[in-house]
Design a protein around this ligand. Structure first.
Ligand SMILES: N[C@@H](Cc1ccccc1)C(=O)O
Length: 504
């Protein structure tokens, strides 16, 4: 590179208006240098950037022989070859087969017709015989002219119609080439002084920094691509939800434990042991260890009593509670298993119950058949408020505030059933893209049968709601199939280019 650069500068040193053409220059360098036109162009541009030279683009179009054209320029056209073979056969001439045998079928195919057209041969029965004493192979001559004129002909060596014919026979092809004409620039000098890119310790030590010329900063350049560390869209939405919930005064629950006992996942939530959700078809049970080692003893007894006999105004389920079922380990089917533990802790903390707002956003597992909107693993956003004398109005108000903050302003509530809430409401939001109401969450007030065994004061009410993280993320990022969002089929490129999530 440096060698080419200094050669260019030396070339321009002969006079103030000396010039050179990059292509001609690259051709003039001895072949053993192996210098391509592209390399010379690169040097020219670099010199121009520092005003050592001025470049003017020079675009030319010319014709070049194709491989077949090159062969014909050397050995003659197909028609000339055919004529020669026929002429050599004398008065008897050659039939088609004979001609093919003499010149090859490819040459015969093109050459025979052209010989007829040029009236070089005639037909005598089945035979082809020569009709002239001699021929001039115009095509060969034309090709040699093009070859000799090299490339700076601009097509002037031949009439345009000849070029058209040669092009049609694919013997020549049009080529464009852009090169640069170079002259001295305002900062021209025989030697290039490289501008420094960095300030070094040596420059500071020696004082050279005072006279050193530095390269200007290029603020327009695009930064290097970051190789990794992109946040998945679910993480972006989670971060945003977390921020919103924290602003609303909610504290995050510890949800990093995926394996729970049936006790916490179902029993404490007053979900009967015969409930279909507790079937292996809906829940992933753990084989090893299959049973939990401990449950809080006193609390456990109160839960059993609530299931079997009732209390706090409830008649219970009136069945025989099985400890074996309660101790079965599973992959939690909802984060409400954690809410339950947090409420139990809240009721039994030193000093007794204090009002609290909790939230969590984490993974849950369900043994479901997978389709475009269902996976076996997904994420739940869950929120709860525990305080004295809360009402359904508080629940609706809290939910409305939360959804408004994530950009869903039109809400409807539909009565529903959960074993652990009464009343329960499904939450529907208006989807402006789909122009319809879609289910976005579930909510309710935890039942006294769930809260009383924990030891919460009787007038403490707990309002709670839950939704999936995937649904709002799919809406936000306009993803149709859940498999494109989560799991092994996710396209990495999409994760890398997913914009930041903002709800405002
Ligand atoms: N646990 C419920 C969500 C929910 C949470 C809290 C109260 C009511 C419902 C579910 O899995 O769908």
């Amino acid at each position: 590179m440096d060698a080419i650069e200094s050669q260019i500068l030396r070339h321009l040193s002969s006079s103030a208006d000396a010039s050179l053409n990059t292509y001609a220059f690259s051709q003039s360098l001895p072949a053993e240098y192996g210098v391509s036109h592209a390399a010379v162009l690169g040097c020219a541009k670099s010199l121009a950037a520092d005003s050592y030279v001025i470049t003017k683009s020079n675009k030319i179009s010319y014709f070049q022989l194709t491989l077949e054209g090159t062969n014909i320029a050397k050995d003659g056209s197909q028609e000339a070859k055919c004529w020669k073979a026929i002429k050599a056969a004398g008065e008897a001439g050659l039939d088609k087969k004979g001609l093919e045998a003499a010149v090859g079928s490819a040459v015969a195919k093109v050459g025979m017709g052209n010989c007829m057209k040029a009236k070089w041969i005639t037909k005598n029965g089945d035979s082809l015989v020569s009709a002239v004493e001699s021929v001039t192979d115009a095509v060969q001559e034309q090709l040699n002219l093009v070859l000799a004129a090299e490339e700076d002909t601009n097509g002037s060596v031949l009439p345009a119609k000849d070029f058209t014919l040669l092009k049609k026979r694919k013997l020549v092809k049009a080529v464009d080439r852009t090169s640069y004409d170079i002259t001295r620039g305002p900062s021209y000098a025989l030697e290039r002084k490289k501008k420094a890119a960095d300030l070094t310790k040596e420059m500071l030590d020696s004082g050279a920094w005072e006279t050193t010329e530095f390269k200007p900063y290029n603020f327009a350049t695009v930064g290097e691509k970051v190789g990794g560390g992109y946040l998945h869209p679910l993480l972006k939405v989670r971060a945003e939800f977390r921020k919103i919930l924290m602003q609303m005064g909610f504290e995050e629950m510890p949800t990093n434990k995926w394996v729970e006992s049936s006790f916490w996942n179902f029993d404490t939530l007053f979900q009967p042991q015969s409930h279909p959700a507790r079937d292996a078809h809906d829940t992933f049970f753990i084989k090893d260890p299959a049973q939990t080692v401990s449950v809080p003893e006193e609390y456990y007894k109160r839960v059993v009593k609530m299931h079997e006999e009732g209390g706090s105004g409830s008649i219970g389920y009136r069945y025989n509670f099985k400890e074996g079922d309660a101790r079965k380990n599973l992959l939690r089917t909802h984060t409400t298993a954690v809410s339950s533990q947090m409420l139990y802790k809240l009721a039994n903390q030193p000093g007794g119950f204090t009002p609290q707002r909790y939230f969590s956003i984490d993974r849950v597992f369900r043994n479901e058949s997978m389709d475009a909107t269902h996976l076996c693993e997904f994420h739940q956003v869950e929120g709860l408020v525990a305080d004295y004398d809360l009402s359904l109005g508080d629940l609706i108000g809290t939910i409305e505030t939360f959804f408004k903050k994530i950009g869903i302003t039109q809400l409807r509530f539909k009565p529903a059933f959960n074993p652990y809430t009464e009343p329960s409401m499904e939450i529907f939001g208006y989807h402006p893209d789909l122009k319809k109401w879609t289910e976005i969450g579930n909510s309710g007030m935890f039942r006294p049968e769930m809260l009383a065994p924990m030891g919460l004061p009787p007038n403490v009410r707990v309002i709670a709601w839950g939704l999936s993280l995937e649904r709002p993320t799919m809406i936000k990022y306009r993803i149709k199939n859940i498999r494109d969002l989560f799991g092994h089929k996710v396209e990495l490129a999409r994760t890398k280019t997913a914009p930041v999530c903002r709800f405002d």
